[in-house]
Design a protein around this ligand. Sequence first.
Ligand SMILES: C[S@@+](CC[C@H](N)C(=O)[O-])C[C@H]1O[C@@H](n2cnc3c(N)ncnc32)[C@H](O)[C@@H]1O
Length: 226
Amino acid sequence: MFDALAGRYDLMNDVLSMGQVRLWRKSVQRILRVGPGDRVLDLAAGTGTSSVSFAAAGANVVACDFSLGMLQAGQARLAKSDPLQAKTRGRVAFAAGDALHLPFSGGAFDAVTISFGLRNVQGTREALAEMRRVTRPGGRLVVCEFSTITVEPIDMLYRRYLTGVLPAIARRAARNPEAYEYLSESISDWPSQRELANVIRAAGWSAVKWRDLSLGVVAIHVGRNP
Ligand SMILES: C[S@@+](CC[C@H](N)C(=O)[O-])C[C@H]1O[C@@H](n2cnc3c(N)ncnc32)[C@H](O)[C@@H]1O
């Protein structure tokens, strides 16, 4: 599915989130707080939009995804853009890999992060355990994902947006509108903030906490590999 979305993926994110996705990514960057020399795995990285911001802060980033189409779109964008190359200075490596069987040795990373990807992996807890395997002891986890709105009347409006407005915009603007029906459904079916925190703990992470963004449209969960 993601191979078919790759060409317009980032544009559609901007349109459907009304630009909010950029603020959400900035929050991830602030919370992840990586710096020069840090080894970071950006899992389910897609076109590597977040990976680029971590590399711009000096980290060495592996952008890993199992969609070759998404990885190729990200690589092509980086290869074409002088400003992006100047910012990242060869610190982003694109790698094909499945979240459930990561092609990295144990403890290879100081921090592991996943944005808008965990919901799409078939095996949430298994992926979180695999992420822990490749994180060094004391290393960090940051998960950014759609979540549950905490204010009732706004939640009602948001659900209307998800089931009515979003698919209608996608029918006009996306090449593959069915994928956006899946997006709405997968957001509705996804666990709440507290439930996801419990799944993260069950996968062995400690010090698990979360922060809501945009009233809970998105939540960022953090954890530490004990
Ligand atoms: C909605 S995109 C998110 C991309 C990117 N992280 C971002 O913030 O824009 C979800 C990504 O998860 C990837 N994905 C889903 N299941 C995966 C798995 N088992 N292993 C690796 N990547 C996976 C898809 O290929 C897709 O690129």
